[in-house]
Write a protein that binds this ligand. Structure first.
Ligand code: CMP
Length: 139
């Protein structure tokens, strides 16, 4: 089925001017960027977005890495978009990511791993609503 997923191009990637190369990988995989904006997350926003990880030892460092520079938040649409995006991204840890994935090619570390993508339909819906109004999504 056609799905939507929330993607974030993280500060480590925007800093290195990789937005276009990452978007090309999404588009080549058949994902359509149906909404996109470049924003700077506040500590409050990044902390709320990653609320599920708040007990993890890396939470504070994750929040500060996500606020270190601009991010590009986007909605990707396509057949099986959630899994498709996860296969384009590769594993969280770039050392474990398949060759040619975004993280294998571009991630600096397990934390500065260049992209985020929703991991389930429920989380995709919640994460899309966190950043976008329905009127901002144009398939
Ligand atoms: P993301 O897909 O955005 O979801 C949670 C993020 O936490 C993850 O990508 C990484 O940026 C970060 N993360 C996950 N595991 C670790 C870890 N072991 N150490 C540091 N950061 C991590």
């Amino acid at each position: 089925a056609t799905e939507r997923t929330l993607s974030i191009i993280k500060p480590d990637a925007t800093r290195r001017n990789l937005t276009g190369r990452i978007n090309a990988l999404f588009e080549e995989a058949g994902l359509r960027i149906v909404a996109q904006k470049r924003i700077r997350l506040s500590d409050l926003q990044a902390g709320a977005f990653y609320e599920v990880h708040k007990e993890r030892p890396f939470y504070a460092s994750l929040v500060s890495s996500m606020t270190a520079g601009p991010v590009v938040v986007q909605v990707l649409e396509g057949e099986g978009a959630i899994l498709k995006n996860r296969s384009v991204m590769g594993a969280t840890d770039p050392k474990k990511a398949e060759p040619n994935t975004v993280r294998a090619q571009f991630a600096e570390s397990i934390e500065a791993n260049s992209v985020h993508g929703s991991d389930s339909p429920e989380n995709a819906a919640a994460e899309i609503a966190f950043f976008f109004a329905g009127t901002e999504i144009l398939p």
